[in-house]
Structures are given as C-alpha cells and as structure tokens.
Design a protein around this ligand. Structure first.
Ligand SMILES: C[S@@+](CC[C@H](N)C(=O)[O-])C[C@H]1O[C@@H](n2cnc3c(N)ncnc32)[C@H](O)[C@@H]1O
Length: 203
C-alpha cells in the first residue's frame, strides 16, 4: 500500500515474489513503471484505505510511515478492515512506522535544522494537533537566494491504537520489533515493525 516508486516492492519482486501495489499518485507510479522490472508490477490507483487488489494475499505491507498519510482515524480503521478481507487465513499485515515522540514539540510547535552548510540550509517547521493526532510540516530548503517548501501532513497513531484497529478488523498483533533486524521493541524504540494476523490464523 502506497507502493510509490517501488523502493521496497522492486527488491521483493526481484526475489521472485509476485508483487502488486496501490498508490494515489500517477507520477509516483510512472516512476515505478520506468524502473527495470517496474512495468511488471500491476498497480491499482486509489486510496488504500478503501481500494485494493483482489487478492487473497500472503502479505500486505505499508512501510516508511505511509500508513500515517491517512489523515483521519476513521480512514485508518477502514484500512485495517480493507486489509483483513484480502489476507489469506495465514497471511500477515506488516506496518513500519515511527513511534510518536511528542517531546519534540513545545507548545505544539517545533523548528529544527535538518542540515546547515555555508551556502544552504534546510529547516523542518511543524505544528502538532494533539486532538486530531496530526502533524503538519513544511520542510524548507534555502539555497542560492531561493526558497523551496515541501509540505507534509500525517496522522500518527500509537502502537496500542494500531492494535485496537486490528482488533476492530478481526486481527491481532503477532509480533512487534523496533526495526527490520528484529531488535526488541521497548519504551526506547523510535520505530516499530508490527505484524498483524487474522484472528483465525494458526500463526
Ligand atoms: C512516502 S511514499 C512511500 C513509498 C514507498 N512505500 C517507499 O517506502 O519508498 C508514500 C506513497 O504513498 C502514496 N499515497 C499517499 N496517500 C495515499 C493514499 N491515501 N492512498 C494510496 N496511496 C497514497 C504516495 O503517492 C506515495 O507514493
């Protein structure tokens, strides 16, 4: 879900696994299809909260915080339901995302230097809405007298909230690690890789 230009999908496809994708951006998918092997990956255009490939699938994954592009809790809940109905009985749903760190905000705002050089700089300007659990950011690039801005908007969810969304969809948490190397997940983990399975899974 949110296959984008295929950073993960192409590596997986190269191992011989049949991979399909969903994305909302024609330009991202055009880049995927330009890459070697990309044109072999079928992609459905649309919102991954609601649309899907028919399946059923052994694995559905959404990585690199992309689950948080769904800006409403209701959409995130629908997404879990959308996945649950397309998984094989022993299939898995994998989410890779950051663990929210609200200490980076003061009065629900943050400004940080992304990089700084003698002739260029980049700043991250963010506002936090603790009610909607949304963070609205502009990454600002300053160089050669010009300013470029890249907006980002996310709705973060707590790991426990994701687990509850899984329950609503008839799934349960099977495993959670802090990275792809399966390091233990604990209170100091900045990221998580969470694996959900259907309640009737034998896993
Ligand atoms: C940060 S990129 C990640 C791409 C890829 N998964 C990776 O890790 O390189 C997020 C992708 O999600 C897509 N996207 C954003 N909102 C979406 C939505 N509601 N439904 C489907 N795709 C969406 C964007 O077009 C973009 O390609």
């Amino acid at each position: 879900m949110g296959i984008g230009t295929g950073r993960f999908a192409l590596s997986l496809a190269a191992t011989g696994v049949a991979v399909e994708g969903i994305d909302a951006s024609e330009s991202m998918v055009a880049k995927l299809w330009e890459k070697p092997g990309g044109a072999d990956i079928p992609v459905t255009m649309g919102d991954f909260a609601d649309v899907g490939r028919p399946g059923p699938f052994d694995l559905v994954f959404v990585v690199f915080n992309t689950f948080y592009v769904l800006l409403e809790q209701a959409a995130q809940v629908r997404c879990f339901g959308n996945v649950a109905k397309r998984l094989k009985p022993d299939g898995a749903f994998v989410i890779e995302a950051f663990v929210p760190d609200l200490t980076r905000f003061q009065r629900n705002q943050s400004i940080s230097v992304v990089w700084l050089d003698v002739d260029r700089a980049s700043l991250d300007l963010s506002r936090h809405d603790p009610v909607a659990q949304q963070v609205t950011s502009q990454v600002v690039y300053l160089s050669d007298g010009s300013i470029d801005m890249r907006p980002i908007k996310l709705r973060y969810a707590w790991p426990s909230e994701l687990d509850l969304m899984a329950q609503l969809a008839g799934m349960r948490l099977h495993a959670r690690w802090s990275n792809w190397s399966r390091s233990p997940f604990d209170a100091s983990s900045a990221n998580h890789v969470s694996v959900y399975v259907r309640n009737d899974s034998t896993a």
